[in-house]
Each structure stands twice: as C-alpha cells, then as structure tokens.
Design a protein around this ligand. Structure first.
Ligand code: MLT
Length: 411
C-alpha cells in the first residue's frame, strides 16, 4: 500500500482561487443573464495582450527552433546567460543594486519558486508569515509538514503569523520573537500596501540580528509609483546577507500564461546545518534546480529578454500605466461609495473594508449575485483578511469603469 503525504489532509478546503471559480461557475449555470454581465476582478490575472517586443521575440525564437542550424534542446537549468545578464543589468545594476547574473535563477513562475524554496530549508525552522498574504506561503509550508493542524479559526499550529492591520498600514513590524524564516511581500498581495525604506531596514536589521532568512516576494515591484519606495530588498544595506528575492514577469510583461520568473540568491547568503555549520544557499538552490528542473523554455526566455529592450521597456510601462489607471478608477469608485479603501496606489490591488459588518464571503456573494462582479474575499488570504475584500485592477478600462459604477450602485 502506498502511504500519502498526510500533511495535505491538513489543508483547509480548496485553494482560494479554485473555490472562487467553483462559486462563479455555479452562479453562471443558473443565471444566463448574470453570466453575460459578469466582470471578473477576482484573480489577479492580466487581460491585455503581450507587449509587441515579446511577441516578436517569441516568433523569432520559434523560427530558430524550426531550423536545424539554430535548433536548441535542453537549456541550462538555471536559465540562459542572455536572460540572466539582461536581468542583472536592467533590473539591478542599472539601479545601483549589486546582483550578479550567477545569483539569478530563471523559473516558470513565482508561485512555483515560493513553494520550491522550501526544498532547501529545514523542517525545524520557526516561520513567520504575514496575515493577510498570498496563500501559497502558508499552504506550501503545510504541505511540507512545517505546521500542525489548523484550529477553528484556520490558523496553523507552528506558524508565526504577522498581522497586517489598518493600524499598522498592513505592514507588519518585525516581532519580538526570534524567527528563522520570514516571508515578506511588497507591494503586498492582497492589501496593495508598500513598505518604506525604514520599514524594510527594520526587517533587515532584525534578520541580521536574529539570523533570520527573509523570503522577499517582489512580484508586483513594477507597480510602485512612489520613487521613495524600494523595489528590491537589495536596496537595503545588509540584505544580501539575509534575503532571497522573488520576481516575476507575470504582472509586468503580462506573462501569466507565458510563464517566466526568477529568484535571486546572493553568493554570501548562508543557512545553518543541523550541527551549526554555515552553508551557502546559492549552491544548494542550483543543485536542486539541476535535479528537479530542465529550465524554462527557450522561446519564453527570449520573450522575457525582449522586455528589457528599449521598446520592451516602453511597452511594459504602458501596460503598468493602463492597470494603474484602472486602479485609480476602482479606488475612487470605492471611496465615493463611502467605503474604507487601502492600496491601489503602488499596486494593482485595492483592499476594501466590507460595508455593514458583512463577512468577506457574504460580500463576495452579494457582489456576485447582485452586481455580477467577481472580487476576492479577504478572508481567503488569512484570518486578518476577514471583513475585507480585494478588487483586482487587471481588466479593460471599460470594465474598470463599469465595476466602479456597480460598486457605487450596490453599496
Ligand atoms: C492573485 O490573484 O493573488 C494572483 O494572481 C495569484 C498568483 O499570482 O498566483
């Protein structure tokens, strides 16, 4: 008999987005009119076509693969040098940030990277996770056996939750307790909050003082409008000794379907063996990657590289401007409806307090049934998200305007 991984049985219900999809599908089956009017602002999935520079690079890379002379099979598991160089130069060195190409590892997505990183970390770590936050951090730790069971409120034994509240601006401060690993996500999914330089410096100082590894998810950095807000954890002195950074092409280049991301593991970053020796993480991550991954597709990496060309950069900037224009419309719509609104200024997510004390799922159902708009219930991102909902700005302009109108009408 094959035994299963019992940890999976600890997971609460379905993963958030499939559960939303299930409710939306059930609604659509019984409501052809509602289905026709439905606007989806739930999952943060891009809606606009790929930047033309990426499309051209894809076509030309496909042509290379179509010819014997230029055909390529397996690529380097860690990513092609052309893309690692382009990232090092454009995403970091051009901004005065020291990240070398051999510290960059190309992957097929940040969701996978966030889960896979646990492969090289021990089971005895005390892990800090913001609440609310992208649910993948909690679920992958549950799957890896790093938690006990969830209690009635959904909190897992063994995890140290870092509450983000309206009072702390949804930016949790480092705790009194010593953590071995702490996740940070800025701009934050779901709240849209950003951390100032001083707030990130406090986390880096804490990490260095407590020997904590920071897992810094910067998937939404391209949406930062305020020039004083750091886009990379490596803008903070000391971060190279305590932080791994996760970045993605999903939300800047619109690659949610194309799939390309990367993580940065600085050369001097180490963690401890059970008997206290320090070992560099970069080599371990590279070893893990060689064994479990055959690299992101060549054509995809060429498309990602093209996002750093002059025309690619201009096209990405136009995409970001489009989604941030939507965010402003949705934010204003929610404010004008009298709602308490956060985020949406340096992030494509608007985080809103539910009216009249409704629970997150109650408001979700209201929006679905009465306004025919799909939002994301805040409680799906953790206990501290209860009583909030998230509106995604990933949509057409027309839909963003219409959603803002329907929110005003409903509330
Ligand atoms: C979200 O809606 O939170 C994101 O789209 C999820 C993801 O990027 O995997």
């Amino acid at each position: 008999m094959a035994f299963l991984n019992d940890n999976y049985l600890k997971l609460k219900a379905g993963y958030l987005f499939p559960e939303i999809a299930r409710r939306v599908n059930a609604f659509c089956e019984g409501n052809p009119d509602g289905k026709a009017r439905l606007i989806r602002c739930g999952i943060g999935d891009v809606t606009e076509p790929l930047p033309p520079a990426a499309v051209a690079a894809l076509h030309s890379a496909v042509d290379e693969l179509a010819s014997r002379d230029t055909f390529r099979g397996y690529g380097p598991e860690q990513g092609y040098p052309f893309l690692r160089q382009a990232i090092s130069q454009n995403a970091y060195r051009a901004h005065g940030i020291d990240v070398a190409e051999d510290e960059i590892f190309i992957s097929d997505g940040s969701k996978c990277d966030c889960g896979n990183i646990l492969d090289i970390l021990g089971h005895q770590n005390r892990i800090g996770i913001p609440d609310p936050v992208y649910p993948v951090y909690v679920d992958t730790n549950v799957m890896a056996g790093h938690t006990g069971d969830a209690d009635a409120s959904g909190a897992y034994a063994g995890l140290h939750y870092l509450p983000g509240t309206a009072e702390n601006g949804f930016v949790p401060a480092p705790p009194q307790e010593k953590l071995d690993v702490a996740y940070l996500c800025f701009p934050n999914n779901p709240t849209g909050a950003v951390a100032t330089r001083a707030q990130l410096q406090a986390w880096v100082d804490y990490a260095l003082a407590n020997d904590t590894l920071l897992l810094f998810d910067a998937a939404y950095e391209a949406y930062i409008q305020d020039a004083s807000i750091p886009r990379s954890i490596y803008e903070i002195p000391g971060a190279r000794r305590c932080a791994i950074e996760f970045r993605s092409f999903s939300k800047n280049g619109g690659f949610t379907g194309v799939r390309c991301a990367f993580i940065v593991v600085p050369g001097e970053l180490t963690a401890k063996t059970a008997d206290g020796q320090r070992v560099p993480l970069r080599g371990l991550w590279s070893r893990r990657t060689s064994t479990k991954f055959n690299g992101t597709g060549y054509i995809v990496q060429r498309a990602a590289e093209a996002l750093y060309s002059p025309e690619g950069k201009a096209q990405v900037a136009a995409l970001i401007a489009h989604y941030m224009g939507n965010a402003a419309i949705l934010r204003t719509g929610a404010v004008n409806a009298g709602l308490q609104v956060f985020g949406g200024e340096n992030a494509p997510y608007i985080w809103v307090k539910t009216p009249n004390g409704l629970s997150s799922w109650e408001f979700f159902d209201n929006m679905l049934n009465k306004a025919n708009v799909v939002i994301t219930p805040g409680s799906g991102f953790g206990r501290a998200g209860e009583g909030y909902f998230r509106i995604s700005a990933f949509n057409s302009r027309e839909n963003a305007i219409e959603v803002a109108r329907r929110i005003r009408e409903l509330v």
